[in-house]
Design a protein around this ligand. Structure first.
Ligand SMILES: Cc1cc2nc3c(=O)[nH]c(=O)nc-3n(C[C@H](O)[C@H](O)[C@H](O)COP(=O)(O)O)c2cc1C
Length: 365
């Protein structure tokens, strides 16, 4: 595929998201690639992978667990809760900054998507003891997801605090900020969902109650590192990891209204542009808006351009085209053929399909 942005394209103009000045409005979406070391320490390959993609206006890293018990959904995903993790994230930050890029880490608790056969996933927890439909890729093959344990009310403060301490480590590592992962069927999304959250305490029931843990998490992280270094990702109605929200408007409206008083770096929505809820939710957001139109392999860059040109979004994020085009922004600027992503190497170990996609200068980046 070829797509050429005009030199006046809104996507090529700089944008400020909180404390971060991004050189353009084409952000790299968070992408789990399972290339971390077994203990969650980022690998040399990850340092190189992100360095190669520093031309994105902002890199949002793959989902990264906030504590030893927050991962366990997929093998070899990174963490940010030990000194070792933090040291290696500092190398990632340095590599990206050395190329003139900016980088936020996406912070994550997997909730009921954890599996006991995956390290860190021994004891899956969730708002309620309801299993997600789906399976986990364990070392013993594909296994159905298990029924999680419902968190006790007095455990929730500890979960919130693990996001705070992860955010502290991120900033201490020199990363530009964090994106709180409240999308795609993981723990925070599970609290928002009326199907996955059947609690009867202050964290379940009404939209305000279902949004409470997310608000508390945002507040704790904001108090720790400052609102201008904090983004949040939401996927209203997205049926990922067994989610099935009957009411994807009211709860997000409630959440966004509460967050409207906090000058966040950005709110990142995973939503189709023709989804009727977009306008409703967009009108509640006071911070810069990043939109990911989601899961269209022939990602329509004209549509992304118009989302920014017409003010619906301040920036867009692109996932799979960044997997296969480290210099995606440069290719769009110059109208050079894009390399198609190879799905078979999305989650495979090693450099193949990770750090060996070609760049315009003619070498493997
Ligand atoms: C291989 C892969 C890994 C992903 N990992 C994450 C992740 O860690 N966190 C997240 O919020 N979304 C994740 N997503 C969703 C992407 O951020 C993005 O929303 C999706 O790929 C649609 O955008 P695209 O059409 O530009 O690829 C992942 C998607 C893919 C294909």
């Amino acid at each position: 595929m070829v797509y050429q942005l005009t030199s006046e394209s809104a996507l090529l103009t700089p944008v400020t998201v909180g404390a971060t000045a991004a050189a353009n409005r084409i952000f790299m979406a968070p992408l789990t690639r399972q290339r971390a070391q077994a203990d969650g320490t980022p690998s040399d390959l990850q340092v190189e992978h992100y360095r190669q993609r520093a031309g994105a206006g902002l890199i949002i890293t793959e989902a990264t667990h906030v504590s030893a018990t927050a991962g366990g959904a997929y093998l070899n995903t990174p963490g940010i809760h030990t000194d070792r993790h933090q040291q290696r994230w500092a190398e990632v930050a340095e590599a990206v900054h050395g190329e003139g890029g900016k980088i936020f880490v996406q912070i994550w608790h997997v909730g009921r998507v954890a599996h006991p056969l995956i390290p860190g996933g021994e004891h899956p927890v969730a708002p309620s003891a309801i299993a997600a439909e789906g399976s986990a890729h364990t070392p013993e093959g594909s296994k159905p997801l298990v029924t999680p344990r419902a968190l006790e009310t007095d455990e929730i403060a500890g979960i919130v605090d693990s996001f705070r301490t992860a955010a502290r480590r991120a900033v201490d590592a020199g990363l530009d900020g964090v994106e709180i992962h409240a999308a795609n069927g993981y723990l925070l999304h599970e609290f928002l969902g009326d199907d996955s959250n059947q609690r009867t305490d202050a964290y379940g029931g009404s939209p305000a109650n279902r949004a409470r843990i997310v608000v508390e998490t945002v507040q704790a992280v904001v108090d720790e590192i400052g609102a201008d270094r904090v983004g949040i990702r939401l996927s209203p109605g997205h049926q990922a990891n067994g989610m099935n929200e009957a009411d994807p408007v009211t709860v997000y409206q409630e959440l966004l209204r509460t967050l409207a008083d906090i000058p966040l770096a950005y709110v990142h929505l995973l939503i189709e542009p023709d989804d009727p809820t977009l306008a409703t939710l967009r009108s509640e957001i006071t911070s810069p808006v990043v939109i990911n139109t989601g899961f269209v392999i022939e990602s329509d860059f004209a549509q992304l351009e118009s989302l920014v040109a017409n003010g619906t979004a301040d920036a867009v994020s692109v996932g799979r085209w960044f997997i296969s085009n480290p210099d995606l922004v440069e290719r769009l600027r110059t109208g050079v053929e894009l390399t198609a992503p190879d799905q078979s190497t999305f989650y495979s170990p090693g450099a193949k399909g990770y750090t060996d996609y070609p760049t315009l200068v003619g070498q493997s980046a």
